[in-house]
Design a protein around this ligand. Sequence first.
Ligand code: UD1
Ligand code: MG
Length: 386
Amino acid sequence: MIMNNSIWILAINVVFSIIGYQLVIRLIPALSQMFIKANLSGIDMAKPDRKRIPEAQGVVCGAVYLIMMFLFVPVCFYQDLALRNMAQFPFHKYVEFLAALLSICCMIFLGFADDVLDLRWRHKLLLPTLASLPLLVVYFVTFNLTMIIVPSPLRCLFGYSLDIGFLYYIYMGMLAVFCTNAINIVAGINGIEAGQSLVIALSVIVFNLIELNAVCFAILKLNWYPAQVFVGDTFCYFSGMTFAVVAILGHFSKTMLLFFIPQVFNFIFSVPQLFHLVPCPRHRLPHYDPQTNLQSMSYTEYKPESLSLLARLIIQVFSALRLVDVQRGDKGMVKCSNMTIITLFLKMFGPMHESKLTSALLITQVFSSIIALMIRYPLAMLFYNQ
Ligand code: UD1
Ligand code: MG
């Protein structure tokens, strides 16, 4: 009986997803002019004609996702609603659902604000933390498991499990900040923001992220090289928060981080620039050469004596590890390639066409998901089974 019911819910979910996909793929072109008129547009920097194309299209994606989820509520709770047995209505599940949507909605709002106003970094870090609060409260009331299982090699020190209590909530709050920003900073070439989200969403499809997959697929089609639209920060924050929400409520936040391996790498790699130890230009996207139509490494320029000792040390270590390319510029300036995974790819493989670069990065994302699943299952047994 229960099995039967879940198959129905899954089937309706798939139908909703198809409708969601169709809506996004039609609405975005239909609304394009409206966005351009409202000045919500950007120049595609890696095209010879530097065309202006509509930006922040993630808001259409997010809105369709929310509408589909709202319509999905009665489907999910159909049996309980039909029985009209309010005493047994699963309020805790309902509250989880609503808190999740509230957090996602907040992030769409914040992302849109970022697209319109160009927010500062401190706001980008503070606001997702606040947006995850309703979710953490629900987690506290419904689940409140803050225990972590200790990997077997460390058990002699910490025992089988460790209750990290409040720290677990801090970790979950940080997860929301990380997921939202991590996607936004692997950016700047056609198809990369929506592409990585699609791969991650496919990786967690078993955890019922079907709707996100559908809207994501639709926007990727329009954002793929040559892009007709830009997804904007709205989309990056929307998809990032959805991953964080699903990971927290689905109790698989550590597995989710494994799906984010390239983003974790990019985030750590970016830290010296994000915290302005090394100058961070407004755009770190690759350099476009109209003559060859290829993309190559982009650089940040500085006077070496203006950098702190720590910054110089970091650049030296990164350079020794062949993560960055350092060159002497004019007038005593030094230039160092930007600290992003995209630039690193261009350093390793040389100048590349934009669509090839996106594909190479997405293939890496797929491989890292496969590795993640391998760690999650066979290797986890090695570490956690005695
Ligand atoms: C983030 C990155 C920034 C990168 C930018 C590109 C960090 C800290 N920030 O900033 O380095 O340059 O994303 O999105 O890593 N654009 C293209 N082609 C694309 C996508 C975007 O040319 O495929 C350009 C367009 O001009 C568009 C603009 O990037 O208008 C959007 O930038 P925005 O998303 O506002 O930048 P941030 O997220 O602040
Ligand atoms: Mg962005």
